[in-house]
Design a protein around this ligand. Structure first.
Ligand SMILES: [Zn+2]
Length: 350
């Protein structure tokens, strides 16, 4: 999602932004903030723009950052590390790169300098938090605000979490520590209790559809994708852009054919693993199992689908390891055929 201009926000982002901006202007913004809500709703973009608002030294009459002062110019200078920092799922740890502003720091999945070959850490570790706390003790380089954005905050391991808590408990005026998380329940209760929450929720359907149409998707496509994504416009947009919806239809058809004994497990697994979309297929497969379970009254079958849902998600995690993807998927599909094949043979209930 575009963060370069204020008008680039989706309405649900704008609402959170306006709420937080009003708090900044009224001096009501606490030291610790927790940006939470589902992934791909643009939490990070809102956090970064709020940071720019705090770092701008010459804000416009409407309170928005000017885009021209030294603070804004440094904010806009971006760079990635070499090698680039990645999340465990392969996405960029900092999609727009680190900021050139010395008082804006991003903490996330950083490169482990001891690993050979060099690679990104799977967790946020205590050394990172200690370095951060030291920097936050210093006077901000440009004399204004100082902001740290931790993303994803739920990647903080236990020891680092305790260290971070100290920073949260000793606030200094003008220093901000912002946590971003799609899974806030994974954060310690103490950390959560020290932060003001900014909630990103799924928008009303009409708003999501209007936004998708503004992204050049047709009504029919937007509506189908939004249903598949359970009302999540960011996900629907992504699926419409990258063929995800076609893949979902294929996955649904493959699962039905496997259950009826019309498709082979090995052949299907090789196809699923063969083109770089294996993870997305497993995501859809897991979701389709939940959809199937939603309308059921048979508790045994509901439970079987729930178990298979977990298995699909675990298999998806396995794809990030050195395990051969097609073999992992074969096991998953065999379990599907065993469960759902019996079901198909015995007549469908529910
Ligand atoms: Zn400015």
């Amino acid at each position: 999602m575009n963060i370069s201009a204020g008008s680039g926000f989706a309405p649900w982002q704008q609402r959170v932004y306006d709420q937080a901006a009003a708090a900044i202007d009224a001096g009501r913004l606490g030291h610790g903030l927790l940006f939470c809500g589902p992934a791909r709703l643009g939490k990070r973009a809102v956090a970064e723009r709020l940071a720019q608002r705090l770092l701008c030294t010459d804000r416009r009459a409407d309170g928005e950052p000017c885009g021209a002062c030294r603070g804004c110019r440094l904010y806009a200078v971006r760079s990635q590390t070499d090698p680039v920092e990645l999340r465990p799922d392969g996405a960029l740890a900092h999609p727009l790169g680190h900021s050139g502003h010395p008082d804006l720091m991003f903490l996330g999945h950083e490169i482990n300098q001891k690993a050979k070959p060099l690679k990104s850490r799977s967790e946020i570790v205590i050394e990172q938090v200690r370095n951060l706390s030291e920097k936050m003790q210093l006077t901000p380089s440009l004399g204004g605000a100082q902001i740290v954005i931790v993303d994803p905050a739920d990647a903080i391991n236990h020891a680092a979490s305790n260290a971070l808590l100290k920073t949260l408990e000793e606030p200094i005026a003008g220093r901000y520590l912002w946590l971003i998380s799609a899974h806030p329940a994974r954060l310690s209760a103490t950390i959560r209790s020290r932060c003001q929450r900014l909630e990103f929720g799924l928008p009303p359907r009409d708003e999501a559809l209007a936004w998708l149409r503004s992204r050049q998707h047709t009504d029919a496509a937007a509506s189908e994708a939004l249903d598949a994504a359970r009302g999540h416009p960011g996900l629907a947009h992504e699926w419409l852009q990258d063929d995800g919806l076609r893949i979902r239809r294929e996955v649904a058809s493959d699962l039905a054919r496997l259950a009826r004994g019309e498709a082979g497990v090995v052949e299907t697994a090789q196809r699923w693993a063969g083109d770089g979309h294996a993870s997305l297929r497993l995501r859809h497969a897991a979701d389709l199992a939940v959809t199937e379970a939603a309308g059921l009254t048979d508790p045994i079958r509901t439970r079987r689908l729930a178990i298979w849902f977990d298995l699909a998600n675990r298999t998806r995690d396995l794809l990030r390891t050195t395990v051969r993807a097609d073999l992992a998927i074969v096991e998953l599909l065999m379990a599907w055929r065993a469960d759902e094949g019996n079901q198909a043979a015995g007549g469908r209930k529910g």
